[in-house]
Design a binder for this molecule. Structure first.
Ligand code: ASP
Length: 342
């Protein structure tokens, strides 16, 4: 009998660390010994292969170059495997998942990111269950034999979330992620319950998009913020787009200096993408007086995108367009399930 084939890509993070009993620090374990750490892998009806970053990294080191490496690994192995599991540090996992969703468009197979809060050799590690269930989900098939999940997702502590809807909410709880604006794709209990209604239905074949432009910035406003301090950010030579984290449904204080900075920046060709600081809900520019100016001068409403997704989408849009009209079109469009069009 042919078992489904799953490729595990190890990038780093706590999941691949073990406690050094002498120094007490966390060090990367030899990934070839994965079966020693999780002997249950031998009992899965899945054929597993593993590849690892040459030098595994803490996910704080992640950047577009690493994202390109991961996306290319998936792309190059796409026809050989039925699904993919990416072991990754949890700190920036939501950014990587968002970036990969834009870089691997038209996926017909699962790309599941997972990791853990405790190293794999700790007695109470959450890593073992996260890895085993992620593999099971990556290998899952429909009745017609096609992969059940066909997108980039994060599996952590019993929930499978759409990758570009996910955000890290806890530095220490096992339930480290949430997806405030989109329901889980699956929930694992005694059985894995798939919420098929929430799945994406890809129409195209896989296309690898590796061009990301990281000349972007993130600005979170707060009551009393002094626009003068941020003046240098609105420098079109070095910053091509800014994600603006605003209050509530997309509001900002009325401040003529800030308004001028934004209006001039847009006039010079800069892109401003407005998302909310709230955990859930969406930007609706023009709903309040305090956001109608944004609407008038061409700030783009980012609907209910997470910060992680907004940053990655802006990098993607800038990297894959020749002009601002195209960038804006991409940003407004629901490309890979990252935002709700109202
Ligand atoms: N600092 C680690 C990382 O993100 C934490 C983790 O793996 O959860 O790589």
């Amino acid at each position: 009998m042919n078992f489904p084939r799953v490729l595990i890509i190890y990038t780093g993070g706590t999941i691949g660390m073990v406690n050094d009993p002498i120094t007490g620090t966390l060090t990367a374990f030899n990934f070839n010994n994965l079966y020693d750490q999780i002997p249950e892998l031998n009992r899965l009806n899945v054929e597993l292969n593993t590849i690892s970053f040459e030098k595994p990294v803490d996910s704080s080191e992640m950047n577009p170059t690493y994202w390109k490496e991961i996306a290319t690994m998936v792309f190059q192995n796409y026809n050989t495997f039925d699904g993919f599991v990416i072991l990754h540090g949890s700190d920036t996992m939501a950014y990587t998942a968002s970036a990969l969703s834009f870089m691997l468009q038209g996926l017909q197979k699962a790309v599941i990111l997972t990791g853990s809060q405790l190293p794999i050799n700790e007695i109470r590690t959450d890593g073992r269950e996260n890895v085993l269930t992620s593999i099971e989900i990556a290998a899952a098939k429909n009745l017609n034999g096609a992969p059940r999940i066909k997108e980039v997702a994060i599996y952590f502590e019993n929930n499978l979330y759409r990758g570009n809807r996910t955000t890290k909410i806890s530095a220490n709880a096992f339930e480290a992620f949430s997806s405030p604006n989109f329901p889980p794709l699956a929930t694992a209990g005694i059985h894995i319950n798939y919420n098929d209604d929430n799945f994406k239905s890809p129409s195209k074949e896989l296309i690898l998009k590796t061009k990301l432009d990281n000349r972007v910035a993130l600005l979170k406003i707060f009551p009393g913020f002094n626009a003068k301090v941020y003046k240098s950010l609105f420098d079109i030579e070095n910053i091509k787009g800014i994600v603006l984290e605003t209050f509530g449904a997309g509001n900002a204080p009325t401040d003529s200096l800030f308004d001028d900075l934004i209006a001039d920046y847009i006039q010079q060709g800069g892109i401003i993408l407005n998302i909310t600081q709230c955990q859930s809900g969406a930007v609706e520019q023009g709903l309040y007086e305090t956001s109608s100016f944004f609407q008038k001068i061409g700030v783009i409403g980012g609907s209910d995108m997470t910060t992680e997704s907004a940053i990655c989408k802006l990098m993607y849009a800038l990297g894959n367009s020749n002009n601002n009209a195209d960038v804006i079109k991409i940003l407004k469009h629901n490309l890979v399930g990252e935002l709700t069009i109202v």
